[in-house]
Design a protein. Structure first.
Lengths: 588, 392
């Protein structure tokens, strides 16, 4: 037998092989388009009045980086726990996930993040600029004034707030009932602003004369006094109606209210105040009816509030407007309700004004109601003329959320006084915008304000971002707002939107306890994973996985393209689930 | 020790004895029993190999190419459409000079959907650079498979062991299954001439420019041309150890024969019987068993067939528009030979149709009674009624 080793291995072999790697072949030279990480604007953040970086916040929550998520909110909004409860979340209406299954429950996640920080006892790491020696006087400690002081404080200004009431918070404290916003949550978030060095002087109402005096003692002023005065009913017997806003503040101040022993009430109006008054009354055992001159779909109140009120037993009568209130003769008052209110039936006219139906009296049809209590909540207006920006000679800059005048010193006006939408979040937005505008004024002068404010707009929306103003990485975001058809939905499975534990209507009306609970961590993490993170790189690494040239380089959270080898095939861009990349033509 | 075994089992036992290290295969009738037996061997530890389950034959060959590149002994098996699906990678395995061994069970291609014997599947892979060895019976299958590893590893070319659907793959007959020890003596562990090695990183089979590609092809051709002599030498070793001589081709009564049959697979056995009967009747019939189809052993055929009168090739395959493939090959091999014989090409037994000793005798008489072939491809046993029906 032959020796196989010598006999078998005689066939010559001619094979291509090399001991150097393919790194020699710089395939990048073939490229005529280049991929890049091009983070864009999520629709939620563009819809948010304060421009929170929601896509990134939800990404951080999903990675269990709750503290970082909180810090990210604080960059744009000093009130995460408050807004998580009271904001009517335009963001969710804009959420791309809504076109896939259901919008992400952004407000519940914000509340979870805010509460986790408050109850986890976390102290914020807020970067502040050194004291620049400038002092700003702030009239009103509502969400607008507090927001302005918070952001100016971070920019190195010393702010002093003057508040007429006994405690700070404005509408948040006096106008929003405890079942929506517990006092403790508000207090904690206000304390955080005070710790920045903001002084709040309570029981110190500002007058027109004081404002003049401010001009010598301060470098700037901010007016955020809100709509302090309720609009009166202008009908016969209007003096018999109780001011709804005043009633709510009495409840929050735990003052005595004339409700004890009363069985029935009518609330006139269709706004959030009317709803809050009605929901407060049912909690005090009063059978409550809201009468509104238009229809339910025309009510300025936020619909989820209307729905909750109806669930709690509040009744609603549409297309009715009061024309007079009469006291019943005293002889009958022992057994019967003391007031008779006459209401005019209304009907919808064919024309609409700004989405709301125009209503006109329905002939001379009227109804009469006999009730114990009547509340008026038909709107509010500024308490004093100087609360509003002057018109006429003084130069006035009209920005999306605030107005600025320059009368010896720059004076900014914000909150309900200037906002088209009267909401706490819009008030916070106005304080931030005014803070940025004032800082620009002191740095670059009056004429630079409009352009520099526009420079830190979120997407093309009205919100401005402090992070962008400060030149943080968010500044590099493409203003393009990501739409659903730009999301690679193959990467996502349908999942139902989280439901927060909520008291039954029967339990709710027994007390002023919060109606809804904060999400558990487990539920919050699951919900945050539903977020597409539109336009944001969340380091999912599908780009890296699919890159045929292994050209995606990792550096912590960052991804970069190794242009020596990237052929510009565009797979990474096509695969990116969330449109955080783009292809750019090379200049050849 | 002799056992009653299926042809499929003859393959799997040979693979077990060859101590194959990686198997990847996708099941297809009539190859399935081979793969089933091997997966059982892997599962119960009688074969210490990695069995890679794959989703297709294309992947099976790709996995085998990867494994073989790392320098281990490999095996796969397929049939018909499965083999056709492997086609691209068959070229790769030979070009990469990997000593892969596979078994192919000859089965018809659809449509019409047919699972029975037909040689067209393996013959369609003629030009892929694989050595092809056709088997006559189960013993031949076992011996050829063991030979295949020695041969593949000697010349660095892949080998396809081909056996007939059902007539071999599913038929039980006595097979001498050797002990491990003599097999180890015949077939030592693979010592690869090149391999992937993390300690010495090397890239194989990358881009080759026109300046070198042709030489690379010529190198494959050179290796192929050395296969017959290597085969013969290894077959001598085999004979020494196992006392059986699996020749690359075998002649039976050819010396004085006037008509010589040339065929492959189980038809060889049928032919043996027919030749015996014809000899008893005083006819000068002979038989040439075609075992090695690639490389085609031209020298052997010229040596045996030069000066003979007539050759009758029985093809269980057809290259449409030409002739049966074996007859085509034989004509090409003998064209430049001295005094080549007349070659009669017969096509018979496609898609599992029986080829009986009587069929072979009919072919004999048809060959004897004609000086020249009536046609370059003569179809045997066509059903005239059917032909009439579709001619109308």
């Amino acid at each position: 037998m032959t020796d196989y080793k010598t006999a078998d291995n005689k066939i010559p072999l001619f094979l291509p092989h090399s001991s150097i790697s393919t790194e020699l072949n710089k395939t990048g030279s073939w490229r005529y388009v280049r991929p890049l990480y091009d983070e864009k604007t999520s629709p939620c953040s563009a819809a948010c009045p304060v421009g929170e970086d929601i896509a990134r916040i939800e990404m951080l929550v999903s990675q269990k980086r709750i503290q970082e998520a909180w810090q990210t909110i604080l960059k744009e909004n000093p009130f995460p726990a408050v807004c998580g409860r009271v904001c009517f979340h335009n963001c969710e209406g804009a959420c791309n996930r809504g076109g896939f299954d259901d919008a992400v429950a952004i407000h519940r996640l914000e509340r979870f993040v805010g509460d986790a920080a408050i109850y986890g006892g976390q102290a914020p790491e807020i970067k502040t600029r050194p004291d620049n020696g400038r002092k700003v006087a702030v009239a009103g400690s509502g969400p607008a004034g507090l927001s302005l002081a918070y952001f100016l404080g971070r920019l190195g200004y010393r702010c002093e707030i003057f508040e007429a009431q006994s405690e700070p918070g404005g509408i948040l404290r006096w106008g929003i009932p405890a079942y929506r916003l517990p006092r403790e949550v508000l207090q904690k978030e206000i304390s955080r602003i005070e710790k920045l060095g903001v002084t709040i002087n309570c029981r110190s109402p500002v007058s027109g004369e004081m404002l003049q005096a401010f001009k010598t003692r301060y470098d700037a002023a901010f007016i955020g006094c809100g709509y302090g005065r309720a609009i009166d009913l202008k009908i016969k017997g209007a003096q018999n109606a109780i001011n709804g806003l005043h009633f709510l503040s009495q409840i929050r101040a735990e003052e005595a209210v004339p409700v004890k022993g009363k069985r029935t009430a009518v609330v006139i109006g269709g706004g959030n105040t009317a709803l809050d008054v009605a929901r407060t009354l049912v909690r005090m055992g009063v059978d409550t009816l809201i009468v509104y001159r238009r229809r339910r779909q025309d009510m300025p109140a936020f619909d989820p509030e209307v729905e909750m009120a109806l669930n709690e037993g509040v009744r609603l009568k549409e297309l009715l407007t009061p024309i007079r209130i009469e006291a019943v003769s005293s002889g009958m008052a022992d057994r019967q309700a003391p007031y008779v209110m006459t209401l005019q039936n209304m009907k919808v006219s064919t024309t609409e004004i700004k989405g709301r139906a125009r209503v006109v009296p329905h002939g001379d049809k009227t109804e009469a109601l006999q009730v114990d209590l009547i509340f008026s909540a038909i709107g509010a207006e500024p308490e004093a003329p100087w609360h509003q920006a002057p018109t006429g000679e003084t130069p006035c800059l009209d920005l999306s959320h605030c107005k600025l005048t320059n009368d010896d010193i720059p004076i900014a006006y914000g909150g309900d006084l200037t906002n088209r939408v009267k909401s706490a979040t819009d008030a916070i937005a106005s304080g931030k915008q005014a803070a940025i505008a004032l800082d620009i004024y002191f740095k670059s002068g009056w004429d630079a304000i409009r352009e520099a404010v526009a420079d830190c707009q979120v997407g093309s929306g009205p919100a401005v971002s402090m992070a962008m103003y400060l030149g943080e990485e968010r500044k590099n975001r493409n203003p393009h707002i990501v739409s659903l058809n730009e999301i690679n939905t193959h990467y996502f499975k349908t999942a139902s939107r989280v439901i927060a534990p909520v008291l039954s209507p029967g339990d709710r009306i027994q007390s002023f306890l919060p109606v809804e609970s904060t999400l558990s961590e487990q539920a919050a993490l699951a919900e945050s994973r539903r977020c597409f993170n539109c336009g944001i790189c969340n380091a999912c690494d599908y780009c890296r996985l699919y890159c045929p040239e292994m050209s995606v380089m990792v550096e912590g959270e960052r991804r970069d393209i190794n242009l020596d080898y990237c052929k510009g095939c565009g797979l990474c861009v096509a695969e990116c689930p969330r449109n955080a990349m783009a292809l750019k033509e090379e200049n050849i | 020790m002799k056992q009653v075994a299926e042809g499929s089992q003859a393959v799997s036992e040979a693979v077990r004895l060859a101590k194959v290290q990686v198997i990847a295969a996708y099941p297809i009738t009539p190859q399935t029993h081979i793969v089933e037996n091997l997966s059982e061997h892997c599962a119960n530890g009688t074969l210490n190999a990695r069995f890679i389950c794959v989703e297709s034959e294309h992947s099976a060959m790709a996995a085998i190419i990867g494994a073989a590149s790392s320098g281990v002994r490999t095996f796969t098996a397929s049939s018909s459409h499965g083999l056709a699906y492997m086609h691209e990678l068959l070229h790769w395995a030979s070009g990469a000079r990997l000593p892969v061994v596979m078994a192919n069970v000859n089965r018809a291609l659809g449509p019409g959907w047919n699972i029975w014997l037909d040689q067209t599947d393996s013959l369609s892979q003629r030009d892929t650079g694989w050595i092809q060895l056709y088997c006559e019976d189960s013993q031949d299958v076992l011996d050829t498979t063991l030979m295949a590893y020695r041969l593949a590893e000697a010349v660095n070319l892949p080998v396809m062991v081909v056996l007939d659907a059902f007539f071999l793959s599913h038929t039980y007959e006595p097979v001498d299954i050797p002990d491990q020890k003599p097999v180890d003596a015949f077939l030592p562990p693979l010592s690869p001439r090149f391999q992937l090695d993390t300690a010495n990183p090397t890239a194989f089979n990358q881009f080759v420019a026109p300046q070198a590609y042709m030489e690379m092809r010529y190198n494959i051709q050179t290796a192929m041309q050395q296969v017959p002599q290597n085969y013969n030498r290894i077959a001598e070793d085999f004979k020494t150890i196992f006392n059986r001589h699996p020749r690359l081709a075998e002649d039976v009564h050819c010396e004085d024969a006037e008509i010589i049959f040339v065929t492959a697979g189980t038809t060889v056995s049928t032919c043996r019987q027919a030749v015996d009967r014809l000899r008893q009747a005083g006819e000068k019939a002979g038989l040439l068993k075609l075992k090695m189809f690639r490389p085609f052993p031209i020298d052997f055929f010229r040596q045996v067939l030069s000066g003979k009168q007539k050759v009758a090739v029985v093809d269980r395959n057809c290259s449409f528009g030409a002739t049966g493939i074996f007859s085509q090959e034989l004509k090409a091999a003998l064209y430049n030979a001295e005094s080549p014989p007349r070659i009669f090409g017969y096509i018979a037994g496609l898609g599992g149709r029986d080829v009986t000793p009587q069929t072979i005798e009919d072919i004999y008489w048809q060959t004897k009674n004609n000086d020249c072939p009536q046609s370059e491809n003569i179809w045997i046993g066509l059903d005239q009624e059917t032909l009439k029906s579709w001619r109308n």
